[in-house]
Design a protein around this ligand. Structure first.
Ligand code: PLP
Length: 501
């Protein structure tokens, strides 16, 4: 282990005393110890070797640890609990909606009748899976108020890309030469990136003192060159954009389209339907609101909803129902933007989202949203005096505080987050949105109890006190984790999981 690049970095930061070397499986290895006994092969060595091509034969025995099955099991379970995850503790990661994911949805997604289905099976033998997809699209339509939903995109960012490609194709079909997309300064970084990817230019506008986009700001930049506007609601400050209908009127009056970044629908379900207030296109993150576990980079689900007029541009194939009630994939859609992903997207995310929606029902979804908003407001009130609150008023499913006061004492937001690890709490989103200095973006979600929220608030108060009285304790944190502060970029880019070089 010590030859690994990451291990070297860990040890320079923090002495190896907390590395509990005893758990490293190669150190546990005892010559001749076995975890598994292979059955007799019944041939001589020469006979067996004759079946293996020369170039594939080993010169020496593989360097494998020799341990019992129980030791191997403990090793891997030990490693798994060193990492923080939603099943282990609180994870208030704003914008990412780290809610608890019910095990029932996992059981449904891993059911052999789904996992054993071949993706190239003909539509006629896949009617059950297709029915699930078709029904889920209908549910997402109902939730969003947008009549057509494609489940093909596999990430929020890919949903954005598909949505913007539709915008581009729509304008082209009309003969309009639009080049720009309006984006507020509170937007998620994927918005301007997606805009650039399709060849448009982002046109940034400022949020006002209340943290929302004012119609006048849109009016001032809206012209025939603008293809549309991307908006997030609630925005990334956790504030509900109150002027959407008026903004949509302005954008539509000059021929533009309205795009909702619906990565986080956690405050909206059953309460606010984007399609009803003028949004034309939106994506949903099934891996945030609709209970697919995430955080490791995928697989995700970035379903895309559009209003009826834009249906013809959706990615192919489009799932349709024939006059006998049979479902089939329609590939003959001449106006389509084309295929966005192999096969039909990430099917297991769809199963989880379907199971989630079916178990909660319409009223349950609404209650989840109401509870998410209640939890966020409760938590905000508990800690608002200990940190700076850049925007007054009610928040939606998340809120943003600033560590500016603590920064003046020499304690950065990053230090606060590292200190939280000592209490078994995953840090909130740091330094985003960019318009709030020393931002901490907190999203408790609806699945946490009052006790968990009270505990988190008590810890945040304690850290604020430490910043005033014993700042070294915060700036040198974490103290209780298996490793200290890592070179995070180096750990990700130069990942080295080999025991020996
Ligand atoms: C997470 C998120 C995205 C991007 O979703 P990915 O699945 O990570 O590509 C876009 N917008 C907002 C507001 C988000 O929170």
């Amino acid at each position: 282990m010590t030859s690994s690049g990451i291990a070297n970095r860990q040890e320079t930061e923090q002495e190896s005393s907390t590395m509990d070397e005893g758990t490293l499986i190669y150190e546990k290895s005892v010559v001749g110890r076995r975890g598994y006994t292979l059955p007799e092969t019944g041939g001589t060595e020469t006979e067996i070797l004759s079946g293996i091509p020369e170039n594939l034969r080993r010169d020496a025995a593989a360097n494998l640890p020799e341990v019992t099955e129980g030791e191997a099991m403990r090793h891997f379970i030990g490693l798994s609990v060193k990492n923080h995850h939603i099943d282990k503790g609180f994870y208030p990661l704003g914008s990412c909606t780290m809610k608890y994911n019910p095990r029932l949805n996992e059981a449904a997604a891993s059911h052999p009748s789904f996992t054993g289905h071949h993706p190239l099976a003909p539509d006629t033998t896949a009617q059950g899976a297709l029915r699930l997809m078709y029904t889920l699209s209908g549910y997402l339509s109902e939730i969003s108020g947008l009549p057509s939903v494609s489940l093909q995109p596999v990430a929020g960012a890919q949903g954005e890309l598909a949505g913007l490609m539709i915008m581009r194709t729509y304008h082209k079909a009309k003969g309009a030469a639009c080049t720009r997309i309006i984006i507020p300064d509170s937007a998620h970084g994927t918005n301007p990136a997606s805009v650039r990817s399709v060849g448009f230019t982002p046109l940034q506008i400022k949020s006002n003192e209340q943290g929302v986009v004012a119609p006048e700001a849109v009016e001032a930049v809206m012209d025939d060159q603008v293809a549309g506007m991307m908006l997030t609601n609630p925005n990334t400050l956790g504030i509900f954009e109150t002027h959407v209908a008026e903004i949509a009127r302005i954008v539509h009056s000059r021929g533009g389209l309205m795009y909702l970044d619906g990565a986080n629908l956690n405050a909206n379900m059953g309460i606010f339907r984007p399609g009803d207030v003028g949004f034309d296109i939106m994506h949903f993150n099934l891996h945030k609101t609709f209970s697919t576990p995430h955080g490791g980079g995928g697989p995700g689900g970035g379903a895309l909803g559009v209003r009826a007029e834009l249906d013809r541009f959706l990615p192919t194939p489009v799932l349709e129902e024939d006059s006998h009630g049979e479902l089939f994939f329609n590939y003959r859609r001449p106006d389509s933007i084309g295929r966005m992903h192999s096969f039909y997207g990430n099917f297991s995310n769809m199963v989880r989202a379907y199971a989630y929606i079916r178990t909660l029902g319409g009223r349950g979804l609404r209650r989840a949203s109401e509870t998410a908003v209640l939890n966020a407001n409760y938590l905000k009130e508990l800690i608002r005096k200990d940190y700076d609150l850049p925007y007054e008023g009610h928040c939606m499913h998340e809120f943003v505080i600033s560590g500016s006061r603590q920064k003046k004492l020499g304690v950065k937001t990053l230090d606060i987050s590292k200190r939280l690890l000592d209490f078994g709490i995953h840090p909130p989103t740091n330094y985003f949105p960019l318009i709030v200095p020393e931002a901490l973006m907190i999203e408790p979600t609806e699945t946490e109890s009052k006790e968990t929220l009270d505990h988190f608030a008590a810890v945040m108060k304690q850290i604020a006190r430490e910043a005033r009285e014993d700042s070294e304790k915060v700036t040198s944190a974490p103290h209780e984790t298996p490793v200290g502060r890592l070179d995070e970029v180096g750990a990700a880019r130069g990942l080295d999981v080999c025991y020996r070089d």
